[in-house]
Design a protein around this ligand. Structure first.
Ligand code: SF4
Ligand code: MG
Length: 275
């Protein structure tokens, strides 16, 4: 389907143009999401998009699915409630790096632990964009931010390690340069029965880019191109070559009991009165 047809079908009439800054990666990630939904031929009424607060979380307002724009960091508990109430729905959470791993960090680890069938897309642009460029748990050490004008001393999370360590059963990473891959891994994550995490490496040229002298938005995408390496090729690199690279693609996939299915079994037992 051509992009114009995709916009007509999946975006709310009259809500565009969006408010994102020129060169922002949020539109590319959101475009990949709708292309993934289109690729899977999902009925619009069977899709729920839940967001928290932040630049990327504005995506829910533009999309013509069932959507909830919730509170900062609270998209996952809202999505958990939706999924438990109606497990047949495909529930997708769009969240920024701060929203998902700082304010919502506690919800992230427990949703992963439960292996509930949600798909979380973490728009990782390494900074709090909307509130003025403060450093987040995904800001690389020594990077500048409005709250770290001489460079942050914090060590960042690695989303892959965080998700794997807490029980997620599908973990993938792609960038706004690798849009086909991003669409593909989002589609795979939606199809996976369990807690799926897709780290979408994105650019905030206004807050992160300017403060860290990363050049234009196009240059930030070139950095994604040069540093993202498909997992199979990444694994063959020697340690020194890995230093400034990161693996992309499906990084981990496993099968484990899914939360709403297990919950249904308990409900059935309770209805029979059996313990
Ligand atoms: Fe995008 Fe950054 Fe602008 Fe927010 S502040 S819209 S993340 S470029
Ligand atoms: Mg951010």
């Amino acid at each position: 389907m051509e992009m114009e047809q995709i916009i007509d079908k999946y975006f709310r009439a009259g809500r565009l143009p969006h408010i994102w800054c020129p060169g922002c990666g949020n539109g590319i990630v959101t475009g990949a999401l709708v292309k993934a939904i289109d690729k899977l031929s999902l009925a619009k009424d069977d899709v729920v998009v839940v967001s928290g607060i932040g630049c990327s979380s504005r995506a829910s307002g533009y999309l013509d699915f069932n959507t909830v724009h919730s509170a900062h960091g609270r998209a996952l508990p809202v999505a958990t409630g939706v999924k438990l109430a109606e497990p047949r729905l495909k529930v997708i959470v769009v969240s920024g790096d701060g929203d998902a791993t700082a304010i919502g960090g506690n919800h992230f680890i427990h949703a992963a632990r439960r292996n509930i069938d949600l798909t979380v897309i973490v728009y990782n642009n390494n900074i709090y964009g909307m509130t003025g460029g403060q450093y987040s748990p995904l800001t690389p050490t020594n990077s500048k931010a409005t709250t770290a004008p001489f460079g942050t001393v914090d060590r960042p999370f690695d989303i892959y390690d965080l998700a794997k360590g807490t029980g997620a059963t599908f973990i993938a990473r792609a960038t706004t340069f690798h849009t086909q891959l991003l669409t593909d891994v989002i589609a795979q994550g939606i199809n996976h029965e369990g807690f799926s995490v897709i780290e979408a490496i994105s650019a905030c040229p206004i807050s992160f880019g300017r403060q860290n002298k990363k050049g234009s938005a196009a240059n930030m995408m070139k950095l994604q191109r040069d540093h993202g390496v498909m997992l199979a090729a990444y694994d063959k690199l020697i340690e020194e070559e890995k230093a400034d690279k990161f693996p992309i693609g499906v990084l981990y996939k496993a099968q484990a009991p899914e939360y709403t299915a297990e919950y249904d079994k308990v409900v059935a037992k309770a209805q029979k009165g059996a313990k």
